[in-house]
Design a protein around this ligand. Structure first.
Ligand code: NI
Length: 182
C-alpha cells in the first residue's frame, strides 16, 4: 500500500469532473486500498479519487469512531434527498478551514462496490453530509464554493501563506477537529 499525495485548493486539477469507473479490476482494488490508507493517515473521514488526482467516480469513507468500517462508493448517484442540515465542514484539500454548509439531512444513494456489484443505502447525519461533500469533489466542486467569493479569496490567501511558510521550514499546523475533515 502507499500514501497518495492530496491536492490542495486552489489546484485546478480539483476542478476536473470524474469519469465513471468501468473496470473493476485489481488496479482498482489497489487504488481503493491506497485511498483508505491515505484517508486514515490524514485523519479524514472521507476521500474522493479527485483529491488524489485520479479522475474516476470513486469515494472512500469511514465515519465510525473506531475507524474500522471503511465504505466504498463507486459511480454513486443520489436517488432521493430529504430535509436540511447545516453543519461545520472541513476538507483534506482545504486544510484547517472549517465553515458551515447546508446540505440534505438524508440521502438515498445507489453505487457499486469494489467488485462492481450495485447496492443502495440510506444515509443520514454525518455520513449523509460526507457523501454529498465527496460527490461534489467528483463533480469538481469544493465546499468553499458555497461561501462568498470574498471569503473564498481570504481562504486561498491564507493557504498560500501557510504553504510559503512550510516551504520556508515551518512545520505543518496541527489538524483541528479532525472528525469533520472530509
Ligand atoms: Ni473534501
Amino acid at each position: 500500500m502507499a500514501l497518495l499525495p492530496i491536492l490542495e485548493f486552489p489546484d485546478p486539477r480539483l476542478r476536473t469532473r470524474a469519469e465513471p469507473v468501468r473496470n473493476f479490476d485489481r488496479a482498482l482494488r489497489q487504488l481503493i486500498a491506497d485511498m483508505v490508507e491515505t484517508m486514515y493517515a490524514a485523519a479524514g473521514i472521507g476521500l474522493a479519487a479527485t483529491q488524489v488526482n485520479v479522475h474516476r467516480q470513486l469515494i472512500v469513507m469511514d465515519v465510525s469512531s473506531e475507524k474500522d468500517q471503511p465504505r466504498v462508493y463507486i459511480n454513486p448517484e443520489i436517488l432521493t434527498r430529504d430535509g436540511e442540515e447545516v453543519s461545520e465542514e472541513g476538507c483534506l484539500s482545504v486544510p484547517n478551514v472549517f465553515e458551515e454548509v447546508q446540505r440534505a439531512a438524508r440521502v438515498r444513494v445507489r453505487a457499486r462496490d469494489a467488485d462492481g456489484k450495485a447496492f443502495e443505502r440510506e444515509l443520514e447525519g454525518l455520513e449523509a453530509v460526507c457523501l454529498q461533500h465527496e460527490m461534489d469533489h467528483l463533480a469538481g466542486k469544493l465546499f468553499v464554493d458555497y461561501l462568498t467569493s470574498l471569503k473564498r479569496e481570504r481562504i486561498r490567501r491564507k493557504l498560500e501563506k501557510e504553504r510559503r511558510e512550510r516551504a520556508g521550514g515551518a512545520s505543518k499546523p496541527a489538524v483541528r477537529a479532525a472528525a469533520r475533515v472530509i
